[in-house]
Design a protein around this ligand. Sequence first.
Ligand SMILES: O=C(CO)[C@H](O)[C@H](O)COP(=O)(O)O
Length: 233
Amino acid sequence: MSDPVVMMKQEVGKAAAARVKSDSIVGLGTGSTTAYAIQYIGERLQSGDLKNIIGVTTSFQAEVLARKYNIPLSTLDVVDRIDIAIDGADEVDPQKNLIKGGGAAHTQEKIVDSLAEQFIVVVDGGKLVDKLGSTFLLPVEVIPKAVVPVMRKLEQLGGKPDLRMGVKKAGPVVTDQGNLVVDVKFDSIDDPATLEKTINNIPGVLENGLFVGVTDVVLVGEIIDNKPVVREI
Ligand SMILES: O=C(CO)[C@H](O)[C@H](O)COP(=O)(O)O
């Protein structure tokens, strides 16, 4: 029998892919849930249900997947708009503000997602929180030479910073831009909009994973009676 978590991610990915219309430019997010949306967009193209799509990717991972499923790609240098973007998240608050960056891709994700006319977030119910920072650390992408002073500044802001280390790789995680990621524990993020700007003002910080006021729709996958169900918030 299929893993219910996988089934739920497939359903929510499919529900997001179903919202993509022909003749549109689509932001393709990063992560295990969005991967299914990319797959289903590819399948809709293949079947002829969807026509004339151009994808703009948010990471190396998304680019590899889009090529695998034969989605034509372009870049922000060329396209003049993003009609719809689909992306995952690590936390979602009741105002639909997000923490992203679990895959260290939040910098490119924020560029593409915030340009989109419609930004759809795909998550499982466990990602919904009352307050951002409750369960997930806040990722901050930092230029390598600035890691130590940036970590000091993050401590002065009340955070507990930790350099993200690689898995099956000695040393730290290196982003698609060649930078490092500092994950920060904040006891409570009361004002995400201010914290987003304050952190981005630290010299050496490229971007942090707070996405404030960007999301239009959240599709939440849940398992009810052993079956995957998708609801919209
Ligand atoms: O922000 C991200 C990558 O930087 C991902 O969208 C986020 O980590 C969610 O991933 P998943 O769907 O695998 O839980």
